[in-house]
Design a protein around this ligand. Structure first.
Ligand code: ADP
Ligand code: 5GP
Length: 214
């Protein structure tokens, strides 16, 4: 008898800007065909090389506000003076279809999504140190000095929240961090809740109503 597909699992990855979260996710996605990445919407302008619809859906302020009032977002938050939000429809469609879904969202968004999806697995990515984080942000060369200062101050506040996440990855060696995220996704697929449909199929087929345990 074929085993039913496990239900889709929701993964939330958070990290202060510049830790390397997008780099890690970009390397994990191609090797996990059952995992879908939720492309957020934002009012932040695109950075050089970012593609509309792949990295973010880049919206005007007016479009974003319209999205809020029409209930388009599963969660939304103001981060570093721009708005960011997760598309409810696509996330719920993929989960229903049995795909695992990965959200790259901040700490405020994670709290909100956990209210709707308490089973979501949360993963926080730490930098090896604050100095390395600053180096990476500067190395990326996508922010002005003023924006850098805002992101570093926010990073300190966000790192204080790492303790309530289910998993913590330290992004020192990139390859190791990529392996860690891949391992978390794989292990969660074998969790009791995720495998419940397969276990139920076996149990139902093995139960013999004529047998009793006494
Ligand atoms: P985030 O998505 O968390 O804002 P990025 O993925 O844009 O961060 O990474 C920030 C910068 O750090 C990029 O220039 C990236 O190439 C670099 N980076 C990411 N991970 C590592 C690592 N393990 N070692 C060195 N540099 C890294
Ligand atoms: P960046 O501008 O560097 O791409 O992202 C800034 C921050 O916004 C990151 O912490 C990122 O995780 C967060 N972010 C991206 N998309 C969303 C979203 O849809 N919702 C929330 N709450 N945060 C998001």
């Amino acid at each position: 008898m074929p085993h039913p597909e496990p239900a889709g699992q929701l993964f939330i990855v958070s990290a202060p800007s510049g830790v390397g979260k997008s780099t890690i996710i970009g390397k994990v996605m191609p090797s996990c065909p059952k995992l879908r990445f939720s492309v957020s919407s934002t009012t932040r302008p695109a950075r050089p090389g970012e593609i509309d619809g792949k990295d973010y859906h880049f919206l005007s302020g007016e479009e974003f506000l319209q999205g809020i009032s029409s209930g388009r977002f599963l969660e939304w938050a103001r981060v570093h003076s721009h708005f960011y939000g997760t598309d409810r429809r696509i996330v719920e469609k993929w989960l229903k279809a049995g795909y695992d879904v990965l959200l790259d969202i901040d700490v405020q968004g994670t709290r909100l999504v956990r209210c709707a999806h308490p089973e979501a697995k949360t993963i926080f990515v730490l930098p090896p140190s604050m100095d390395v984080l600053e180096e990476r942000l500067r190395g990326r060369a996508t922010e002005t000095e003023e924006q850098l200062a805002v992101r570093i101050a926010a990073a300190k506040r966000e790192i204080l929240e790492a303790s309530w996440y289910d998993y913590v990855i330290v992004n020192d060696d990139l390859q190791e961090a990529v392996e860690d995220l891949r391992a978390i996704v794989r292990a969660c697929r074998s969790g009791r809740a995720a495998r419940a449909p397969a276990v139920k199929t076996f149990v139902m087929s093995l139960i013999d109503p004529t047998l009793s345990l006494q």
